[in-house]
Structure formats: structure tokens, C-alpha cells
Ligand binder design. Structure first.
Ligand SMILES: Nc1ccn([C@@H]2O[C@H](COP(=O)(O)OP(=O)(O)OP(=O)(O)O)[C@@H](O)[C@H]2O)c(=O)n1
Ligand SMILES: C[C@](O)(CO)[C@H](O)COP(=O)(O)O
Length: 240
């Protein structure tokens, strides 16, 4: 039987590296806000039952009007205020899942600044999370990676065949991710940049990599906007 699927879509970041006045999740690409694109994929997916949107302090009404009502999304059950760091925002959303006692659901955690996931990625990560409890979308790195010291001298060149870039969605059995976050939030947790790290550090459950896509980029710095514009235009053409 299909498990209940809850998506947490994160949009409470500051967009410091983008450096625009309007926070990057609300910048328009091909005529629509960046946040719209990811929400659309989850809202349309037959797998997903519910979406929790996480936004910045004081932005709940703005997001309700400009995203939820403007585009007629139907699965957004809650809009939650985020926190200072990405993990604070995730934890605020997970606490609402814990309160509603969804302990056998599958939780998809996705960056709102990552506009181009697709249905196949949701399906692949769902299957793996049901089987193994924890997985993340990712892709093999295309470049050679060097580890450098504080003088920027290369100290190591890891074997590229062992390296993947990590994306979202990061997908977990609800009990596992809530337990991992609860423990992590009680211990030192600086430099935690993804959800898998909570599971890796706080539980014995391995996290598996599942093929994402090279189109599933995170819009982080201004040059990403140019690439995103091209992908967004082609998505708009397909969904018309
Ligand atoms: N306190 C935070 C920080 C980040 N995010 C979200 O997490 C995702 C990934 O973060 P990133 O791309 O690094 O976004 P920002 O934190 O906004 O960017 P920056 O680090 O440049 O400030 C984004 O969708 C962002 O909105 C969030 O919900 N709450
Ligand atoms: C979770 C993540 O998207 C994986 O690549 C990423 O680590 C989050 O972005 P941040 O810039 O580290 O907050």
C-alpha cells in the first residue's frame, strides 16, 4: 500500500549569495517566481498528499497570496515560519508533522530554491526511502575535486568515482528523520548543510544516493539565474 507522502518545501532563506533586494525565491524566471516551479512539481505529483511550505518571518500572508492563491495550488496544508538556519526551518516543519502523529509517512524535504525536480525523481526517491528509510537525490560530479588547506594548496584529489553532488529532495521515513533532528537539535550542530547529515550523525541508518538530474540545480548566485531562465522557459512550454 502506498504510504502517505508529505513534502516540506523550504523558502525561508535570505539569499545572501544572490545579493538581490527581492529574496531569490520570489525572483521571477520566465514570468513566474522561482518558488512556484518546485511547488508545482510536488502539487501535481500523484505521490504527494500534503505540502508544508516554510517561509520567512512575516511572509506567510504574502506567500499565501502570491504563490498559493495566485497559482491555485491545492495540496499546501500548512505555511510555517522558518528559522535562522536551514536546519531550524526544517525542524519547525518537522515539529508540525510530529504533532500530527504522522509516524509512518514518507517525508520529502526540498529546497524552494531548487526549481526543477521532476516526477521521476520523486518516484525514485520514494521507492528507495520506503525500502531503506533514508535517501537523497544526487548526481556524480563532472569535475575533478581537490581538497585544499588554508593556503589553498591542494592536499588531496579524491577518486572522482566516489563523489556525488547532493541535491534535494532528501527523503525519509518520518519517524527516522524526526528522531534524527530531535537528537541533533539537542547537540552541537553547526555546519549542518543537509538533512542527510542529521541521519548520518544521529542514527545508525545509512543514507543512500538516488539519481537526481543535472537540471535539478539550486539557484544560488546570479549566474544560476541565466541557466534557470532557460530551464523554466522549456518547462512552461511543456506544461502549456
Ligand atoms: N534559514 C533558512 C535557510 C535556508 N532555507 C532554504 O533552504 C534552501 C537552500 O538554501 P540556500 O540556497 O543556501 O538559500 P539561502 O540560505 O537563501 O542562501 P544564502 O546561503 O546565499 O543566504 C533555500 O530554498 C532556502 O530558502 C530556509 O528555508 N531557511
Ligand atoms: C541541501 C542542499 O541543497 C544540498 O546540496 C544544500 O546543502 C543546501 O544549501 P545550503 O546553501 O548549504 O544552505
Amino acid at each position: 500500500m502506498k504510504k502517505k507522502c508529505i513534502a516540506i518545501i523550504l523558502a525561508a532563506g535570505q539569499g545572501t549569495r544572490m545579493g538581490t533586494k527581492t529574496r531569490k525565491q520570489y525572483l521571477k524566471i520566465a514570468g513566474k517566481p522561482i518558488l512556484y516551479y518546485a511547488v508545482e512539481v510536488f502539487d501535481k505529483s500523484e505521490l504527494i498528499d500534503e505540502i508544508i511550505l516554510v517561509t520567512g518571518a512575516g511572509e506567510i500572508e504574502y506567500v499565501r497570496e502570491t504563490i498559493v492563491q495566485e497559482y491555485g495550488f491545492e495540496k499546501i496544508s500548512r505555511i510555517v515560519e522558518g528559522g535562522k538556519e536551514r536546519y531550524d526551518s526544517v525542524w519547525n516543519a518537522l515539529k508540525t508533522i510530529e504533532q500530527s502523529e504522522e509516524d509512518d509517512a514518507i517525508v520529502f524535504i526540498h529546497d524552494g530554491a531548487r526549481p526543477f525536480p521532476d516526477e521521476q525523481i520523486l518516484e525514485r526517491t520514494y521507492e528507495e526511502a520506503v525500502k531503506k528509510g533514508a535517501c537523497v537525490a544526487g548526481m556524480p560530479v563532472k569535475d575533478t575535486i581537490k581538497i585544499v588547506d588554508k593556503n589553498r594548496a591542494a592536499t588531496e584529489t579524491p577518486d572522482r568515482r566516489t563523489l556525488w553532488i547532493v541535491q534535494t529532495p532528501q527523503v525519509f521515513q518520518s519517524r527516522l528523520i524526526i528522531e534524527a533532528y530531535r537528537k541533533m537539535m539537542r547537540s552541537p550542530h553547526e555546519n549542518v548543510t543537509d538533512d542527510a547529515m542529521a541521519v548520518e550523525r544521529m542514527t545508525g541508518n545509512p543514507v543512500f544516493l538516488v539519481e537526481g538530474s543535472y537540471e535539478n540545480i539550486k539557484v544560488t548566485t546570479p549566474e544560476d539565474l541565466k541557466i534557470a531562465e532557460i530551464f523554466a522557459a522549456s518547462r512552461n512550454k511543456i506544461s502549456r
